[in-house]
Design a protein around this ligand. Sequence first.
Ligand code: AMP
Length: 432
Amino acid sequence: MSFSALGLCDELLKVVAEQGYTVASPIQIEAIPAVLSQRDVVAVAQTGTGKTAGFTLPVLQLLSGGLSAKPQSVRALIITPTRELAAQVAKSVENYSRLVNIRSGAVFGGVRIEPQISQLEDGLDVLVATPGRLIDLYNQQAINFAQLEILVLDEADRMLDLGFVNDIHHIQTLLPAKRQSLLFSATFSKDIKSLARGMLNNPLMIEVAVPNSTIDTVKQKIYSVDKARKNDLLIHLIKTQNWRQALVFSRTKQGADSLVMQLEKAGISAASIHANRTQHARTHALDGFKNGRVKILVATDIASRGIDVNQLPCVVNFDFPYVPEDYVHRIGRTGRAGNSGLAISLFSEDEAKQLQSIERLIGRKFEREIIPAFAPTHKAPITKVANNKKLVNMLDDDEYGNFEADPQPNSREKPQGRAKRASNASNHKRRK
Ligand code: AMP
């Protein structure tokens, strides 16, 4: 279906054509008229389906008809779980609003708050924000929501995974009750249903893909290998399979950094992106990957949602994720917008449990392939997660609990608050 049948104004149709979009994606066909009708909407859409344009275009159209934002006010608030996603959505908003009179911006942690306070002084029609920094700005009286018309929760399931549920409920108490609310989520769990019930008013439900299914256009392969030889196998694959670029997922921050060192030693340009790196380093690594300077980007799950690289050909799971849903999100970085993609997973015997959970989630069994020179030599004992304490230790070692909420000099949140949020994230994972 063409965009012109969806009720968008000429300026937005022109922008869409300039982006090279000829037909609307299924989520856009459903979401654009629903949002334009000013109803609350819950949309379950897989990553890479064009959902950002699905909510941004109608939101811009609704806003372009009204009065512009007053000082320190925002008219539409888009909340995202990660800084990278906030930056990316803000860029889309900027692109799509080129021909309509809309002021937009983004605020997120890890960078100085003062420029964000200045940016808000004149008011913004659309603000994209991560929860922690938004609350900081509110506490510093840099923003008010009296003029708020539309709230969008993007990747709401990820927000819950990361323990932001209390922040989201807190933000809700600051917003006018009369507003339009839109909730986008890749999965539709019980927790998401209950969040939607508490925040949305008689929402229209849109579902364009089977939840937790992996994208059909992604070819998935699993290679069995000894844990200690994963580095060598990855280097071998990069050198023999002519991947233009690959996004490699590591479960831990230390693992990501050490892998980058090994790759660089082997003459492969690589960079890492994870929560221990400064926002500047994260942005630099991502930009390098997007402009092709960096061939291999090694990321923890911080990047599993926020990255949209044009025609990314390959994703590698160097380690399997603890949370099976993350597998779906990781491989959703490739095969986007109808392109084909390849997802390779390096499997060592200690990851049998994680592989099983993924197979259960997506409803398919994988054949494990072996490359003869890297055939596994022994079966490592399966590491059983014997008790919660052990799981918490594992989580401490990886990304969770140190995500959007890096300590900021201006943050008024007490250290205990952050610790609690981290512990909420762990608790949430333990419940799964
Ligand atoms: P999203 O799921 O919003 O992250 O979008 C995934 C990618 O699809 C982005 O690179 C968009 O620029 C692209 N995209 C969005 N809508 C369309 C469309 N109708 N046709 C082609 N590409 C699109």
